[in-house]
Design a binder for this molecule. Structure first.
Ligand SMILES: Cc1cc2nc3c(=O)[nH]c(=O)nc-3n(C[C@H](O)[C@H](O)[C@H](O)COP(=O)(O)O)c2cc1C
Length: 351
């Protein structure tokens, strides 16, 4: 392990000045061959990403998040065709030209999620469109590919990669990604199994690049907790499903406001791999896990296809769902998260 990394100071020094918050992330900046700088979080309303979510995220969410000062993200596969994906990028770019909302210091950059799994038939077309539009941040999932990272770096974009293990992180870092998203236990979607604290610790020992924690983070205090524990940013999914702008159905959003951590079930039987779903949603679809085979769909095409019930009818959420009790507009949610974050910072300062 390089000494500089072993003795690296805590990633973010959170200082509260009354309710004015300073996030000092200078220590996360670094140079890579080619001179690309690390993804900068300074000036954002919060060091947060409204996570990309299959069948949930949409341009309206991305625009609302970015104009509120946090990174908004959408999976390219939320559009049925590559042409549709490009139309969404046109739409997002046009709307972001309006700049940040009044009172918001800075427009946050937006992100797309590219599924780089070998069974994704849209891979090449979506990557070419992403490069053409010079999307500022690309979140890759299901395989870290050097050629994808190189293509994004070529135009100055950044790449974060979803990982659920140290081994996955090592592979992603070897492929040259700019940051790793540690998808910890209890995360919505394809959650991991590692406790976030040792996961962050071991990742930080591995790299000085941007670390993003994902999983069961639903409040501003929890964002602050992640930063204090060594993350540079967080990625929040479940909390953002229950917002005015999300594409989730009204029934899905309402269910989120009524269930808690103990209602979340982690199973490989519905999606191809382990994922977290809401028990009440399984029951509403007449599904009894005890009577199902060990594994869900064998391929991604099958999992994301029109006959699959996972995601569309059987709803996913992370263990942070108990903190979701309303369905606000994203701008109001970000304001609330920021004031909760400030409360946490004030507590820390008083210690
Ligand atoms: C309904 C749903 C769909 C998701 N779809 C994707 C996806 O398509 N691509 C992806 O990278 N992550 C996906 N995720 C994971 C999120 O990006 C994020 O890592 C996760 O939601 C964070 O955990 P939290 O929901 O507990 O906040 C999904 C999560 C949920 C809840």
């Amino acid at each position: 392990m390089p000494a500089a990394i072993a003795h690296r100071p805590i990633a973010a020094l959170v200082a509260a000045d009354g309710l004015a918050l300073t996030i000092d992330l200078r220590s996360t900046h670094y140079s890579v061959p080619g001179g690309l700088m690390a993804f900068k979080t300074d000036g954002l309303a919060l060091p947060s990403i409204a996570a990309p979510m299959f069948l949930v995220s949409c341009p309206r969410m991305v625009v609302a998040a970015c104009r509120s000062g946090i990174v908004g993200a959408v999976p390219s596969l939320n559009q049925r065709t590559a042409e549709g994906y490009e139309q969404w990028l046109d739409e997002i770019e046009a709307e972001l030209a309006a700049g940040p909302l009044p009172g918001v210091a800075k427009l946050a950059p937006f992100a797309v999620n590219l599924n780089v799994h070998k069974t994704n038939l849209r891979h090449d077309a979506d990557l070419a469109i992403t490069v053409k539009h010079r999307v500022p941040l690309v979140i890759t999932s299901l395989g870290a590919a050097k050629e994808v990272v190189d293509a994004i770096h070529e135009y100055g974009g950044h790449v974060f990669h979803d990982v659920i293990s140290i081994r996955h992180a090592e592979k992603a870092l070897a492929a040259g990604v700019d940051g790793v998203i540690a998808v910890a236990a209890g995360a919505g979607g394809h959650g991991g199994t590692l406790n976030p604290l040792p996961f962050l610790y071991e990742l930080r020992r591995l790299t000085d690049k941007t670390l993003i924690l994902a999983g069961a983070i639903s409040t501003g205090q929890q964002i602050a907790t992640a930063i204090v524990a060594g993350a540079d940013m967080v990625s929040m999914g479940t909390r953002f499903i229950a917002t005015q702008e999300s594409e989730a159905s009204a029934a899905y959003k309402t269910m989120l406001t009524q269930v808690s951590a103990s209602d979340i079930v982690y199973t490989p039987k519905l999606s191809g791999v382990n994922a977290n779903f809401i028990m009440q949603s399984l029951a509403a679809n007449g599904i009894d896990l005890a009577n199902m085979g060990d594994h869900g769909p064998a391929s991604m095409e099958q999992e994301l296809g029109p006959d699959s019930k996972a995601w569309r009818d059987i709803w996913s959420a992370g263990q942070g769902v108990g903190a979701v009790r309303d369905i606000p507009p994203i701008a109001d949610l970000v304001t609330r998260l920021r004031s909760e974050y400030n409360v946490a910072a004030t507590r820390l300062k008083a210690l």
